[in-house]
Design a protein around this ligand. Sequence first.
Ligand code: PBG
Length: 329
Amino acid sequence: MNVAERLGLVNRPRRLRSSAAMRGLVRETRVNRDGLVQPLFIVDGKNIVQPISSMPGVSRLSVDAAVRECRELDDAGVKAVLLFGIPDFKDAIATSNYDPNGVVQRAASAIKDALPHMLVIADLCNCEYTDHGHCGIIGPDGDVDNDASVELLVKTALTYARAGIDCVAPSDMMDGRVGAIRQALDAEGFIKTTIMSYAAKYASGFYGPFREAADSTPSFGDRRTYQMDPANGREALREVALDIAEGADIVMVKPALAYMDLIRRVRDACDVPVACYNVSGEYAMVKAAAQRGWIEEERIVDEMLTGFARAGADIIITYFAKEYLKRNA
Ligand code: PBG
């Protein structure tokens, strides 16, 4: 008797792995190529391409350079960009954020003029615009004042919509901001401007390189009174439910890698599209290990993005979007 007979072996899962064609036939998950979003950092000035040392391959771009980059992204098959503004002028109340002539507003109009079909999403937050680096206005108690900060976000969201942005993505974690933004947009007739809310955004060490890129490290304290405690999962579902009730069209989980359980739980708990943000620290770790020859970058990236999709992400925001689409054309 051979082994199979002895064991009565009927089920052989390896049969379905026996060739590339067979594996393709039964593959359960594919990354949604139309759901990859490339973040871009926009600065004042002209013809500026300023590499970010902790994010190899990512640069801060002036508006003209961002338009050129968007043409390349378009050629690579990237359908959506997420804009972050890094203005020259910062103050305590984020004045540059709601400047109709601000970097994000100008970049959005220029990109939409050049490539009307490119979806332009704008991150909506104050931390890149305040001199203290917090996501809102500081109240008398030294903490970020929720309602005053929401007023600011609303003001800025309107300037974004007027500049032609397709989607605003509030990332500040103030309570009630989605409802306030929706109301203000609708009141001005921007009923088609979508809201993608950073619904479950954690106070995470994985944002380190971003804060170098955006020059937004808080000058005192940290973000733990507004961003979520990494230990909490149930609370994420509550945040998501509140944002949907307030009018969020898309909800996001951020970061992605250490929060895959939440991508799955959020996907199962609601019926709006779910995005995840493969953040700067996740990008930097892959790049750094690959540069040392410790991991195979392309394989790791494919595996990560597939993992996000398998966990339930419909939309993946990633600094790897362009490279991934070019390679998997
Ligand atoms: C703004 C914002 C941050 C990120 C996206 N929007 C930084 C933060 O909250 O400190 C992080 C993105 C990344 O790390 O790639 N509030």
